[in-house]
Design a protein around this ligand. Structure first.
Ligand SMILES: [Zn+2]
Ligand SMILES: [Zn+2]
Length: 304
């Protein structure tokens, strides 16, 4: 085995350490709560939040990051050469009740590693070694890229992790007080209870702040990358360049139907995703950029 290959394997194995750590903490919290504390009346709610937490965590870890398609890339370049693309773009925009505007872009972004044209909001991840659509960040705690394919799952993972910790804190606090007033029987269970409260409170504080930050980003239709460095359009950088208004920004991540919002299932309509992905690809190949709302007017002027 070549040394570089062995090193790569080692690095890949090490990347799973934070995930293993989270799993061990959750497994211990389960043991401490269900076996050591074991208060029957709390067990139902505890298991509901635990199940939702594990479900969304699992989906965040195992959702393959969506990458720009080389096939579509080639197809669009072909169309571009045929000079028919402009008409197609206008048609796409017309049928997608679009609220985007086109603006000239100085250069088409291209990834030398993957050899694909990068659509807007797509970035190359050096850990995953591929381009990721609507990349938010690479998260070591799930050993995966958080982006177009799993952003909703990631948000739900944070939400249910917060609720899981909140349930533990709220139900254990009475025993925690009893520990300090020496009312608990002198068994090793009391140390589990003590640490259970401390660990849950610590995780609650850190996760709830991360969750609030991401909900704020969702409301603005902004990724973490864009929050640090606003996307550059023809008229300069604009952090709000992709915002569609609060309601549509929420639907852009969670889907149109509210009944699916709390479940870690893919709930954006296939049509919406297909047209959006296609539109992003087509527009960036054209050398144009996809921006924002002032805009139907512009299209109706062009189309009429
Ligand atoms: Zn790439
Ligand atoms: Zn990544």
């Amino acid at each position: 085995m070549a040394p570089s290959h062995a090193l790569r394997c080692c690095k890949r194995a090490l990347n799973w350490v934070p995930v293993l750590f989270i799993n061990l903490v959750v497994a211990w919290s389960y043991y401490a709560y269900v076996v050591e504390l074991c208060v029957f009346s709390y067990l139902v709610i505890f298991h509901i939040f635990l199940a939702m937490f594990i479900w969304s965590y699992w989906k965040t870890i195992w959702s393959k990051p969506a990458s720009p398609s080389t096939a579509v890339s080639k197809c669009s370049l072909f169309l571009m050469k045929k000079k028919k693309l402009k008409q197609n773009v206008f048609r796409l925009v017309q049928f997608n009740e679009s609220i985007y505007i086109l603006q000239p872009q100085t250069a088409i972004r291209y990834c030398d590693f993957c050899q694909v044209i990068k659509p807007d909001r797509c970035h190359h991840c050096s850990s995953c070694e591929k381009c990721v659509l609507k990349m938010d960040h690479h998260c070591p705690w799930v050993n995966n890229c958080v982006g177009f394919s799993n952003y909703k799952f990631f948000i739900l993972f944070l939400a249910y992790a917060t609720l899981y910790c909140a349930v533990i804190c709220a139900t254990v606090v009475q025993y925690f007080i009893k520990f300090w007033t020496k009312q608990l029987p002198d068994t090793h269970a009391k140390f589990h209870i003590l640490f259970l409260f401390f660990v849950a409170a610590l995780f609650f504080i850190s996760i709830v702040s991360l969750y609030s930050y991401h909900m704020w980003l969702v409301g603005k239709n902004r990724t973490t990358i864009e929050a640090f460095r606003g996307p550059v359009f023809a008229n300069g950088p604009d952090k709000n360049g992709f915002s569609l208004g609060f309601k549509r920004n929420i639907a852009d991540v969670f889907g149109e139907e509210a009944k699916y919002w709390i479940f870690p299932v893919f709930s954006r309509s296939v049509y919406q995703c297909y047209t959006m992905a296609k539109k992003l690809l087509v527009l960036s190949h054209l050398g144009l950029n996809v921006v924002l709302p002032r805009l139907l007017k512009v299209y109706s002027n062009i189309l009429n």
